[in-house]
Design a protein around this ligand. Structure first.
Ligand code: A2P
Length: 282
């Protein structure tokens, strides 16, 4: 999968369409959305527009979406949810389908349904997101297909020092959401100092660090200038010493997690997200 992509969390349908089209036009080849974001229609419209503008085909890009907590369950339930997502996206397959959060009562059964969908050919790879090591161990024990990916929050102050080695040791690619800490890491004094030193933006320093750490990343921006800037990280490199300095910023602090936020609830999160990011196309 491409190692740098655009994410569209907290983005309404219109903005998602414009950001996704801008990203594809400017060289991005991976797009990451979710049912929970309430913007799959806009993301799909952006993919169509971006491919047309860039003169590309569907197969040239890598599309990830995620199974919503409230639609987890048996095969019939998950298959219905997935078909609805494909239809909203306007696609006939997705490259990667992730279980968004491990809802404890249903994550094993839901993953089995995803395995069946994978075998049916409409999903090129399946994986999970926000799985801690206990839940990952249970899933590995109970499933046939090793999740290709575990998408986790990962940024300078949260480097997942337990989950990253555990996933790597089980051949699960731990990838990053919120690589800029939702924007908060940009003002970190060390990041600012390195931005001056390398004559780059703070975002480019962080994204380059993640690249040198070999972390597959999706970064969100709704501004074309920043979308472009975030992809321009391949014409410089950080010294090993500076990579180590950023490594030292780790505080193991997550912005969102089960215990302090209800994202693992079967119902709560989707309702909240829809209130926050209304479906403006309807
Ligand atoms: P915006 O969408 O207004 O550009 P993360 O991916 O870690 O969640 O961070 C996303 C946040 O960081 C968004 O608020 C986004 O704002 C902001 N952001 C993304 N790229 C840049 C950039 N190059 N410079 C400044 N802020 C950025």
């Amino acid at each position: 999968m491409p190692r740098l992509g655009l994410g569209v969390w907290k983005t309404d349908n219109h903005t998602a369409r414009d950001s996704v089209a801008a990203a594809i036009r400017n060289g991005y080849r991976a797009i990451d959305t979710a049912r929970q974001y309430g913007n799959e229609q806009g993301t799909g419209a952006g993919i169509k527009l971006g491919l047309e503008q860039a003169g590309l085909k569907r197969d040239d890009i890598f599309v990830t979406t995620k199974l919503y907590n409230g639609e987890q369950g048996d095969y019939d339930q998950v298959a219905k949810a997935f078909e609805h997502q494909l239809s909203d996206l306007g696609l006939d397959y997705v490259d990667l389908y992730l279980m968004h959060w491990p809802v404890d009562a249903t994550f094993i059964e839901s993953y089995h349904a995803m395995e069946r969908l994978y075998h049916e050919g409409k999903i090129r790879a399946i994986g999970v997101s926000n799985f801690d090591n206990d839940r990952m161990a249970k899933l590995l024990e109970a499933s046939e297909i090793v999740p290709a990916v575990n998408q986790m929050e990962f940024n300078p102050t949260n480097q997942e020092h337990d989950i990253l080695p555990f996933d790597q040791s089980h051949s699960v690619e731990m990838t990053a959401w919120s690589p800029l800490g939702g924007g908060a890491s940009l003002s970190n004094p060390l990041i600012q100092e390195l931005a001056k030193k390398y004559q780059r933006s703070a975002a480019q320093i962080i994204l380059r660090w993640e690249w040198q750490r070999d972390i597959v990343t999706v970064v969100k921006s709704t501004h074309e200038k920043r979308i472009i800037q975030n992809s321009q990280i391949f014409d410089f490199s950080l010294s090993d010493e500076d990579v180590q300095k950023i490594n030292q910023l780790d505080q193991g602090k997550r912005g969102l997690w089960y215990d302090d936020f209800q994202w693992h609830n079967p119902k709560g999160a989707y309702g909240n997200s829809i209130d926050q990011w209304p479906d403006t196309r309807k």
